[in-house]
Design a protein around this ligand. Sequence first.
Ligand SMILES: *[C@@H]1O[C@H](CO)[C@@H](O)[C@H](O)[C@H]1NC(C)=O
Ligand SMILES: *[C@@H]1O[C@H](CO)[C@@H](O)[C@H](O)[C@H]1NC(C)=O
Ligand SMILES: *[C@@H]1O[C@H](CO)[C@@H](O)[C@H](O)[C@H]1NC(C)=O
Ligand SMILES: *[C@@H]1O[C@H](CO)[C@@H](O)[C@H](O)[C@H]1NC(C)=O
Ligand SMILES: *[C@@H]1O[C@H](CO)[C@@H](O)[C@H](O)[C@H]1NC(C)=O
Ligand SMILES: *[C@@H]1O[C@H](CO)[C@@H](O)[C@H](O)[C@H]1NC(C)=O
Ligand SMILES: *[C@@H]1O[C@H](CO)[C@@H](O)[C@H](O)[C@H]1NC(C)=O
Ligand SMILES: *[C@@H]1O[C@H](CO)[C@@H](O)[C@H](O)[C@H]1NC(C)=O
Ligand SMILES: *[C@@H]1O[C@H](CO)[C@@H](O)[C@H](O)[C@H]1NC(C)=O
Length: 520
Amino acid sequence: MFVLIWATLLFSVRGSNAGASVRERQHCPYGFCITLTEREITAEAGLCVVIPCSFTTPDSFIIQHTVWYKCEPNKQRCDDSDIIFDTNKNNRNVQPGFKGRVSLLESDQSQKNCSIVINDLTASDSGSYQLRVKDVQYWNPNGFTFSSRATVFVKDLSQKPTVMIPPLTEGQQTTLTCTAPGLCSGSVPTITWMWRGTGKNDSHITGDIMTENLAVVTQRHSSTLTFNSSAEHHGTNVTCKVSFTGDTTTEETVTLNVTYMKKPGITEDATVKEGDTLNLTCSVESFPPSLITWTKLGLNTNLQNGIDANLQNDTGLSTLIIPNVTAEHSGRYICTAKHVDSTPTVYVDVTVTWFAKILNGSGCVAQSTVLTCGCISQGVPLPSIKWPLMKNHNEYSVITTVSDHTVNSTITLTVKDHSNTAVECVSSNENGEAKEKLTIIQMNMPEQEGPVQHCRPDSAVLPWAVAGVSLSVNVFSIIYVMFLWNVRKKVKPNEADRTYMSLRKIDQSAEYDVIAPHLN
Ligand SMILES: *[C@@H]1O[C@H](CO)[C@@H](O)[C@H](O)[C@H]1NC(C)=O
Ligand SMILES: *[C@@H]1O[C@H](CO)[C@@H](O)[C@H](O)[C@H]1NC(C)=O
Ligand SMILES: *[C@@H]1O[C@H](CO)[C@@H](O)[C@H](O)[C@H]1NC(C)=O
Ligand SMILES: *[C@@H]1O[C@H](CO)[C@@H](O)[C@H](O)[C@H]1NC(C)=O
Ligand SMILES: *[C@@H]1O[C@H](CO)[C@@H](O)[C@H](O)[C@H]1NC(C)=O
Ligand SMILES: *[C@@H]1O[C@H](CO)[C@@H](O)[C@H](O)[C@H]1NC(C)=O
Ligand SMILES: *[C@@H]1O[C@H](CO)[C@@H](O)[C@H](O)[C@H]1NC(C)=O
Ligand SMILES: *[C@@H]1O[C@H](CO)[C@@H](O)[C@H](O)[C@H]1NC(C)=O
Ligand SMILES: *[C@@H]1O[C@H](CO)[C@@H](O)[C@H](O)[C@H]1NC(C)=O
């Protein structure tokens, strides 16, 4: 007898072990069997839990109602005060806190599928859940309660919403989507967008909630936020906050990356003195950062780090440094920013200012009483040439010719005796000043000998000397014409290849600047 019981016990243990392989445990007193595939279930507050369940009954048992209880695990049997669900809608004992939150997954009770879903979970939903089935016939007083229970642990919500961000591009409309965690058919959560911008007011936006029915008891809740992306949105944080019933909230923050580019700019310091350092910085604010290259107009290659140029790159800016600049460094410097599929450029025209002394070739030629002096100077900006001698003379003519960076001033005047006349030429621009006493060369009358022989072999004297002499012949008639014209014209000093003439009479303070035809 003992052996038999022991054998039966062994068999039942074996049987239960076989069942445990699918994590089932069956207790089948009187033919009532319950299968709880998950006896311990962990769920999160705000979400839902499914207790998978199926059962069998003896053939004589005609199921009418299914009742679920929740009670303390140490309570021998849950009672009427513990009812959380009853297919009999008239049962007044169902706890109000569970009303509407619990439903059978399979509404056809004849399927003997007792799986339930509990929505809108709170911590107090933790506990052990017990099933009772009721018979039409009031079989074995009013039904059967299964002793096996399922235990649910409700912990704090740890799942976060999912925020989907498509690639954002400045000026384009975009839509962010925030999906609430959990696939539950309970209360619709509140989804709120919070936008924390840099220096801007926080804005709270309640997006449109969309509910997507995935299956009978599963729903996906999401919200969209549509806006036009701009550079200001880059780097800002957008938070999607999901609030479930029972003060359960969860949120996710994303930082927006907006592809954008602002206009490139060059720090203006375009005028540099010869020998100083040229320091140009090109900066482009963009995301992702742009690749900046420097080129110089006329050069075919990009400027590279080298002996005279030094490039310092940083994200979004590149500094071109050329120490000890010379006149050759003047020109147009172009900064090109390569960003995604655009390559805007910006340029700066650099002027290197310099000054050259009074050049060889300057000097005076005296021909009887007519003294003609020429003074040549170079520089950027163009130097202005002054003749201090003129303070003592009433009538003279000055012709100034300009070619590129060279200025050539020729003065013609009448002097009785030039032997004690000192002719000084003063040339100056913002970079310097030079004075030079010009040598006077005596020239005999043209019919006797050619002027060339008496000149220094410096042929540079010739053009202005010849021009000056021929001009002196005409100068008074020109003066007459000048007064007839009564023309006042200003001459811009930086235009190249020009000739202009200034005439001054002591009686009149006005200076007449007349553009004369080119002499060269
Ligand atoms: C119970 O019904 C649900 C919903 O129809 C189903 O997903 C589940 O598989 C069923 N369980 C059993 C054991 O048949
Ligand atoms: C934020 O908004 C409030 C009211 O809308 C306004 O008074 C305040 O000036 C704003 N602050 C900033 C920094 O824009
Ligand atoms: C986005 O910009 C377009 C045109 O630039 C405008 O028609 C549209 O209304 C804007 N959308 C939003 C959400 O501001
Ligand atoms: C955005 O969030 C990140 C961390 O998520 C933080 O480091 C950063 O300071 C935030 N930016 C702003 C503008 O609030
Ligand atoms: C934004 O850009 C930074 C830097 O390129 C990158 O690390 C980050 O993952 C990007 N964030 C998103 C949401 O794309
Ligand atoms: C170039 O200029 C910037 C500011 O304009 C300065 O910070 C930097 O030191 C300069 N670099 C050189 C080599 O002078
Ligand atoms: C800066 O970039 C240029 C080309 O873009 C490169 O030739 C140069 O070596 C870089 N300089 C530094 C200091 O990285
Ligand atoms: C600057 O350049 C000139 C001519 O190229 C040279 O004579 C001078 O030594 C240089 N000065 C410096 C400080 O490099
Ligand atoms: C100018 O003349 C002086 C002496 O006559 C000579 O030493 C110098 O090299 C000359 N300069 C030029 C630029 O011709």
